[in-house]
Design a protein around this ligand. Structure first.
Ligand code: SF4
Length: 317
């Protein structure tokens, strides 16, 4: 599916390491036991790496949401500089590792990706903070897929994140092998239905961009394409958009199917549309016919197999 190792950053406490302020951990079973089989984790704990020790006094973000400070709750000790220093150093190291994603611990003043509590001068919390390390990481690597472990409990967000991780890895493999015009056209072709399931407008924009492939330098084209590609995939696929894609695929197959087979396929797509079955049901039948009929354009679509089937991510969306 990909060539380079699937290497992801992760908040270290999610792997079960006892690095939290209270000496505990937040081991996440899906990440360690299930997704972990496909991933080489790169654990980071900015607070421990900043020398703050375990256990340590609990901290929170205070002040300006754009430039908050990281301050201990009881003694008011300001650890902003120590964590910022280690963050800058760590981000340089992570750049070398060519990560394909990052899973952050939610609500943490260092690692939380969004909606982290941030306190104003009156001690009142707002829910608009971003952890110091998470903010720096996202600013430095805007295309790398990121998620929080809490949000990954939502099957649609989980599927979307893991799909983006594999897509990003494929994109990086292409970039590293040197993007030629021909390779970019091929890349776009096999991702068409996936893009359509996420963002029909950007699917069109990307199609036009690839159509002008001879008017651009490959490097500039690749940069623009990569940004829009990841932006499109970051928008969640919906039942309606999946139904649209399934009908497109059916359009390719229909002349080769018997009336009864077509009716059965339409029936399972309809059941999925009405919420009676998960996405895996119409897809399994479609993949069955794609194998038999062997339409190479459909057969090669990443949409049909965006991540290992053992993860069973489409059994719940
Ligand atoms: S949330 Fe981040 S800083 Fe806190 S213990 Fe986990 S890895 Fe360390």
């Amino acid at each position: 599916m990909t060539t380079a190792p699937l290497r992801l950053g992760i908040s270290r406490c999610l792997l079960g390491e006892e690095v939290r302020f209270d000496g505990g951990h937040k081991r996440d079973n899906f990440l360690t036991e299930v997704f972990g089989r496909y991933v080489e984790w790169v654990p980071v704990c900015p607070e421990v790496e900043a020398g703050l020790g375990t256990p340590r006094e609990a901290m929170r973000l205070v002040g300006d949401p754009r430039h908050p400070r990281l301050v201990t709750i009881k003694s008011g000790t300001d650890h902003t500089k120590a964590v910022e220093r280690v963050t800058a150093h760590r981000i340089q190291e992570l750049e070398e590792l060519d990560l394909s994603g990052y899973v952050f611990k939610k609500d943490s003043p260092s690692c939380g990706m969004e909606r982290v509590r941030i306190y104003n001068e009156h001690g009142m919390p707002g829910r608009n903070g971003v952890g110091l390390f998470a903010r720096a990481f996202i600013e430095q690597f805007p295309l790398i897929p990121v998620e929080e472990e809490g949000r990954l409990c939502d099957p649609a967000l989980r599927e979307n994140f893991i799909e983006r991780v594999f897509c990003y890895r494929r994109w990086r493999d292409l970039v590293q092998s040197g993007v030629t015009r021909q390779a970019l056209v091929r890349f776009h072709t096999i991702h068409k239905y996936l893009l359509l399931a996420h963002h029909p407008q950007l699917y069109q924009v990307l199609g036009r961009l690839v159509g002008q492939v001879h008017q651009h330098r490959p490097k500039e084209l690749a940069q623009r394409y990569g940004e829009l590609f990841m932006k499109a995939l970051a928008v969640k696929a919906t039942v309606r958009k999946h139904v649209n894609v399934l009908q497109h695929i059916l359009g390719y197959l229909k002349d080769r199917l018997r009336a009864q087979e077509k009716a059965e396929l339409l029936g399972v797509i309809g059941d999925y549309h009405r919420g009676l079955t998960p996405l895996v049901v119409p897809l399994t039948l479609i993949k069955h016919y794609v194998r038999i009929i062997d339409v190479s354009y459909i057969h090669d679509q990443v949409y049909l197999n965006p991540h290992p089937k053992e993860l069973m991510l489409r059994n719940h969306v």
